[in-house]
Structures are given as structure tokens and as C-alpha cells.
Design a protein around this ligand. Structure first.
Ligand code: BT5
Length: 261
């Protein structure tokens, strides 16, 4: 990879100098997960904890996040306005910011609730937000974002994964992408939750699709058509028996009827 395209803490620091988000950057060559690194670091709202490689990158429900060199792995520390319930909106806001950034490179969409996928349904980014809670208080929300920027190959166990480099045929500048995502988050953060969700809906590939909801508890699955998203980020599903369901990302995973998207 060309040196100028690799993550560089000096370049990131210089670019983010005047911004609230990213005002404090912790950069690591390798961590287990940026969630762990953030736990062991003195973080405040706006802090970014970024790593070139994660040896134990995490997805939802104990899934693994492949974090080899060429990806952009970071946690952004955000202070929520009210409570942990906002976590769904924060994830949506980050997804919107990443979709807006990556669409400058390639046509891409949001797959509810936390994936950015290319036109041909390949996953380019995953987002996982966690609340740090002390007693009754939410201390902060850690928005963890992994973007497949310059990864050259993926394990055969990840047939739905791809990277910007693989899909566009050229390397991308990781510093530009990280800084642009933070700039976009800074814009989205000033929007109301319903404004975020309206913009989210416009680029969400799940809406209007026939999908399968896989419940995390009990192994139940239901098919239906996704008709929209509530201002709190919940998905609205119309099932064949005319009953509209509302589900949140803690309850279900979404699959296409025939494929991943
Ligand atoms: C996610 O989970 O998509 C959330 C990923 C969050 C990663 C960031 S990186 C910075 C921060 N620190 C961390 O440790 N994590 C966060 P989920 O929706 O559960 O998707 C996980 C699934 O995506 C896996 O089970 C694989 O099938 C697939 N997968 C794993 N690595 C991938 C990759 N690099 N690209 C595309 N798909 C991947």
C-alpha cells in the first residue's frame, strides 16, 4: 500500500485539529479491540480510539469482526443526551455518516441496522455501539466502526465481505475516509432523531424489501416486507397476516429472503 494512503496519526491529528470530534486521538498499531483500548484509556466525548489491526475485533452477539491491516477500526466516544435507548439512533447516525462518506467512492447503501453494503450486496462496514453505564447513569456511548478500506482479501468464511479497494480496483486514502466520517457524524449529530431517520430511510436498502427477521432469542424467524423505520430506529415489518411489527436491533437480525441483503 502506498504510504500516503495508510492511516497516520500525524495526518489525522492535523486534519482534525479544529474539530470537536477527534480532538483527542489515541492511535494503536494493534489492539484486541478498540472497545478494550477505550476501557483502558482516559476518554472524554469526542475522543477517537483507532487501530491499524485488531486481534479480537467484535461484532454483535459475540460475533467476530475480521480486522486485518487495510481496514479502519475506531471507536468514537459520544456523550448521549438522555439514556442508553438512544444507542439505536446513534448507530443509525454513524451508519448514515459512513454511507455518505463511502458513496463518494462507490454506490452503497445501509442495510438496517448497522451495515454498509455495496450495490452487489457486499458488506463494506459494520457498526456496533455500546453504552458505558455506571449505576443508573450512561457515562458515554462508544460507537465502534470498522470500514473495509484497503483490505486485499478476505477469508472464505466471509463470502459477503468486500473492500473499497477490491470493488473500485484502486487504493483509497484511509486518513481522508476517517476524517470525512467524523465530519459527517458532526453534521448528523446536530440533526433531530427523526431527521436522522428520514435521511437514513432514503439510503436504506432494507426498506421495501421482502426480508426474514431472525429473532435472537428462541430461534424464531418471520418473513415480511419492511415498510419503514420509526424515529427511534425500530424497523416496521408488514407480515402476510396484515399485522405490522416493530422490532429493534437488539431483538433481531435481518436477512434477505434469498441472500444476505
Ligand atoms: C458488525 O457486527 O457488523 C459490527 C462490527 C463493528 C466493528 C468495529 S471495528 C471498531 C470496533 N471495535 C470492535 O471490536 N468492533 C467495532 P455484526 O452485524 O454482528 O456482523 C458481524 C458479521 O459480519 C460476522 O459474523 C461476519 O459474518 C461478518 N464480518 C466479519 N468481519 C467482517 C468484515 N471485516 N467485513 C465484512 N463482514 C465481516
Amino acid at each position: 500500500m502506498k504510504n500516503e494512503n495508510r492511516l497516520s496519526p500525524d495526518i489525522i491529528n492535523k486534519t482534525l485539529e479544529k474539530m470537536k470530534l477527534g480532538n483527542k486521538l489515541y492511535f494503536f498499531e494493534e489492539v484486541t479491540s478498540t472497545f478494550d483500548a477505550a476501557q483502558n484509556t482516559d476518554v472524554s466525548p469526542g475522543t477517537v480510539v483507532c487501530a491499524r489491526v485488531q486481534t479480537g475485533g467484535r461484532g454483535r452477539l459475540g460475533r467476530k469482526w475480521c480486522s486485518s491491516e487495510g481496514g479502519i477500526y475506531f471507536s468514537l466516544i459520544l456523550k448521549p443526551a438522555k439514556d442508553a435507548g438512544e444507542i439505536q439512533v446513534i448507530t443509525a447516525m454513524c451508519a448514515l455518516a459512513v454511507q455518505r462518506t463511502l458513496s463518494k467512492y462507490i454506490s452503497c447503501f445501509i442495510k438496517w441496522p448497522n451495515d454498509i453494503v455495496s450495490q452487489n450486496g457486499k458488506k463494506l462496514c459494520g457498526i456496533l455501539s455500546k453504552a458505558k453505564i455506571s449505576g443508573d447513569e450512561v457515562m458515554y456511548i462508544n460507537a465502534g466502526i470498522g470500514i473495509n478500506a484497503n483490505i486485499s482479501d478476505f477469508d472464505s468464511s466471509l463470502p459477503h465481505a468486500s473492500s473499497l479497494k477490491l470493488l473500485t480496483g484502486s487504493e483509497v486514502n484511509e486518513n481522508e475516509i476517517l476524517c470525512e466520517v467524523l465530519r459527517e457524524i458532526d453534521i448528523c449529530i446536530k440533526m433531530t432523531p427523526s431527521e436522522v431517520m428520514k435521511s437514513f430511510e432514503k439510503v436504506c436498502i432494507t426498506i421495501g424489501s421482502q426480508i426474514k427477521l431472525e429473532y435472537h432469542c428462541g430461534g424464531k424467524s418471520i418473513e415480511g416486507k419492511c415498510t419503514g423505520i420509526e424515529p427511534d430506529g425500530s424497523l416496521i415489518i408488514q407480515t402476510d397476516d396484515a399485522e405490522a411489527l416493530r422490532v429493534n436491533s437488539g431483538e433481531v437480525s435481518v436477512r434477505g429472503i434469498y441472500d444476505y441483503v
